[in-house]
Design a protein around this ligand. Structure first.
Ligand code: PDD
Length: 280
């Protein structure tokens, strides 16, 4: 049986239904997290839960459970479903209420749902690298919140798919921000660059891990934005996310990055990341 987490309880899949007036469904009024499961263990669970709490605060939503309780429940969900490698998807909406844009009264409970999905690590793509396109960033100005409102990201990813690309790298007036569902790094002359953690990007948990690994490997790393011209001229480019880990980008807009294969520093970071996973 597939177990789903619903407002603090574990239930079977067919007993859970979404109300037509759930604010997540009607307004995208909610937040979410995607956690990685490696070998039946949750990776960086505290960092994800901290970010969930931050997202909740930023949209003035109160989480009804503590971080510790949620961590324990997410572990239980993984154990119950007997998942080896995959993800946990957790979302919290502002609850069910008659449709009106302003918040419902504070006694309306939030709706929390989490489920697991089998997902092997994308090892082949990580070895070979993938392609990306550049696209205008058409999203709102609070991309730091992991909000359910993902229409800009959805349209960007769809455009990438239509161009046969793995990811759409977004930019605002020529300044690269992030991918449709990932952060973007560039390496030039041995120096690693990524957009600073402002309101224009989601501060990825994988991004933070890579910044730490750069320091451990004594790579020069800068949280400094770069342009679309610079990325096309980079020695190496990679994206990071919970599901894609450290994914080399070998072509952007049909132009090879470096020699068009995963670069040496990207591979070094991938190896260091792999050790982190094994340490879980
Ligand atoms: N996406 N930026 C955006 C817009 C994202 O949606 C994501 C993650 C990231 C990377 O964050 P992290 O390293 O914490 O996964 C950056 C998740 C995986 C998703 O929506 O499926």
């Amino acid at each position: 049986m597939t177990w789903i987490y619903h407002n603090g309880e574990f239930k079977s899949r067919d007993t859970i239904h979404v109300d037509i007036e759930d604010r997540g469904y009607q307004f995208g009024d909610g937040i979410y997290e995607v956690f990685r499961i490696y070998d039946q263990q949750l990776f960086e669970v505290d960092a994800h839960l901290q970010r969930l709490e931050r997202s909740a605060n930023e949209i003035k939503m109160h989480l009804p459970v503590s971080r510790d309780t949620l961590a324990r429940d997410m572990h239980e969900l993984v154990q119950r479903n007997d998942i080896l490698n995959g993800i946990v998807y957790l979302q919290v909406t502002r609850g069910v209420a008659a449709r009106y844009h302003g918040f419902p009264s504070s006694d309306v409970p939030t709706q929390m749902v989490a489920y697991v999905k089998n997902m092997p690590r994308p090892t082949e793509d990580m070895q070979q690298g993938v392609n990306a396109i550049l696209i205008d960033d058409s999203r709102w100005l609070r991309c730091d919140i992991k909000s359910l409102n993902l229409l800009g990201n959805v349209l960007a990813k769809q455009t990438a798919s239509e161009h046969g690309a793995f990811e759409a790298i977004q930019h605002r007036d020529g300044t690269v921000t992030e991918g449709s569902s990932s952060n973007v790094f560039m390496i030039q002359n041995g120096k690693v660059y990524t957009h600073p953690a402002t309101n224009l990007i989601l501060n990825g948990i994988t991004r933070l891990k890579v910044l730490k690994l750069c320091q451990q490997l004594q790579l020069e790393v800068y949280e400094k934005s770069f342009s679309t011209e610079e990325i096309l001229d980079a020695d190496e480019v990679f994206i990071t996310s919970t599901t894609s880990e450290i994914m080399p980008i070998k072509r952007v807009n049909d132009q090879d990055i470096g020699p068009g294969i995963p670069g040496p520093l990207t591979v070094k970071l991938q190896e260091a990341f792999e050790k982190e996973i094994q340490a879980v």
